[in-house]
Design a protein around this ligand. Structure first.
Ligand code: GDD
Ligand code: MG
Length: 429
């Protein structure tokens, strides 16, 4: 890959947020390839050989949160994840009347058998998984029924715990509703590129998609900005500017669903529920390492945190889930910014002002749930119970040695595993 190197940095305490980096060439060959023949490499562009990206991919897990997505689309996503990454599918799909989780399991198992690769999967509402979290001292994740709560953020946290279990150094997140396997492949390469360029062990890469195509009556229109992201970015930038005294637009990836980080950073961050999860990562980094309040992690303050934002070459084609969904997502993001202890009064007022003007009324509730950092999970107790009790947990070509059932699922679906709302339950694929 040939990618821009950062030319502008916004500093917020120990956090360095780089300008959005463009990609010039998706594949720049092997390390012993063409580079020697280049007489004058351009100084603002960095060449990352194919093999150096694969070295990162070998140490990376890709978590795919999935709820009621079309199987063919999911299969495309799986095929786009580079071979050397460990895929971890965390599903919250319905188990009845049609057992969609079972269909996902079959698709993943068949895929891994054909291409000879490893993967893990689990159902988010598996009572055994909930028991494992409880055993690990992580009860906050459980709801009144004693199961892991519904939500994308919750699914991501489950994936992160499994990646930690496998000793992965990096974790990336890819949505299961992406129509373009080539885009998925690029996103993971972009993660690897950022993590390769990083100079600290506390780094994050956030994808800024090139465009989101919309179908109009006569043509495709390549929309450059997302409707939720625009608002989230605006208020995150306002918060940063308040402290620096200089206006900034550096943050372009407030809602980035596709992102990756080093385990060392990820396990220190609290997660927010549902779709607040991504904007809250910025808030968390600024709260913990921004120097506004004393940091509980002096070692991070010393080494610093780097945030890379990379603009993809591929457009982002995904399932359109409607206007109400976008509105909810925007509201969730504003909640976590508004209620942050480092959110200054003028920014709070601007958010309130925006909401009065906007379509969402002036209610601004507290974020539903904020979970402790994964570091708090007692991994040994978690694994022990997971292996014995989580009946939906499967390792395809085992990665870690834990006492888990290796045969395919045979249990009848537990009615508790049904999700609250649902899309297509016909099972027609
Ligand atoms: N495991 C699990 N549990 N997965 C879930 C859940 C859940 O409760 N809810 C949703 N997902 C999965 C979906 O199946 C999809 O793969 C992914 O999470 C993203 O959910 P979408 O509903 O498709 O979200 P979106 O496309 O509107 O928004 C995406 O992009 C935004 C930025 O533009 C998400 O990634 C957002 O988090 C992101 O901010
Ligand atoms: Mg989507």
């Amino acid at each position: 890959m040939r990618i821009e190197i950062p030319t502008y940095t916004e500093r917020f305490g120990a956090v360095r947020i780089y300008n959005v980096l463009r990609i010039f060439e998706l594949d720049s060959g092997l390390s012993n390839g063409t580079a020697e023949q280049e007489n004058q490499p351009v100084q603002t562009i960095c060449r990352l050989p194919y093999d150096s990206l694969v070295d990162i991919e070998k140490r990376m897990a890709i978590v795919v949160p999935c709820k009621q997505e079309r199987l063919k689309v999911l299969e495309g996503v799986l095929s786009g994840i580079p071979h050397d990454c460990l895929t971890i599918l965390v599903s919250n799909s319905h188990r009845s009347p049609v057992d969609r989780f079972r269909m996902e399991e079959e698709a993943l198992t068949q895929f891994c058998r054909i291409v000879q690769r490893r993967a893990m999967l689990i159902h988010q509402r598996d009572p055994g998984l909930a028991e494992a979290f409880a055993a690990g001292g992580f009860n906050d994740l459980l709801d009144e029924q004693g199961l892991v709560r519904h939500g994308k953020g919750e699914g991501m946290l489950v994936g992160l715990a499994l990646a930690k279990l496998c000793g992965k150094d990096f974790v990336g997140f890819i949505d299961a509703d992406n129509y373009v396997p080539g885009a998925v492949n690029e996103y993971v390469k972009d993660f690897a590129a950022g993590l390769h360029m990083a100079e600290t062990p506390y780094s994050m890469v956030r994808i800024s998609w090139h465009s989101k195509p919309k179908i109009t009556r006569t043509r495709l229109f390549f929309e450059r900005r997302g409707r939720a992201s625009e608002v989230t970015n605006h208020f995150l930038n306002l918060l940063v500017s308040h402290y620096s005294g200089f206006g900034t637009e550096v943050i372009k990836t407030g809602n980035a669903g596709e992102h990756a980080f080093t385990m060392q950073l990820g396990e220190l961050l609290s997660f927010a529920s549902g779709y607040s999860v991504e904007p809250y990562q910025y808030i968390q980094m600024l709260e913990l390492f921004g120097g506004v309040h004393p940091s509980p992690h002096p070692e991070v303050m010393d080494k610093g945190v780097e945030v890379f934002q990379i603009e993809t070459r591929n457009p982002h084609f995904h399932e359109n889930k409607g206007d109400e969904h976008v509105g909810d997502m925007r509201g969730d993001a504003l909640q976590v910014i508004y209620h942050s202890p480092i959110c200054p009064e003028p920014v709070r007022n601007s958010i309130k002002e925006y909401l009065h003007r906007g379509e969402q009324g002036d209610e601004l509730q507290k974020p539903r749930h904020l979970y402790p950092p994964l570091q708090k999970l007692n991994l040994e107790s978690f694994v022990d119970v997971l292996g014995r009790k989580a009946t939906t947990f499967q390792q395809i070509q085992p990665v870690v040695t834990i006492p888990i059932p290796t045969e395919p699922l045979i249990q009848a679906p537990d009615p508790n595993l049904q999700t609250a709302e649902g899309a297509d339950d016909t099972g027609h694929e």
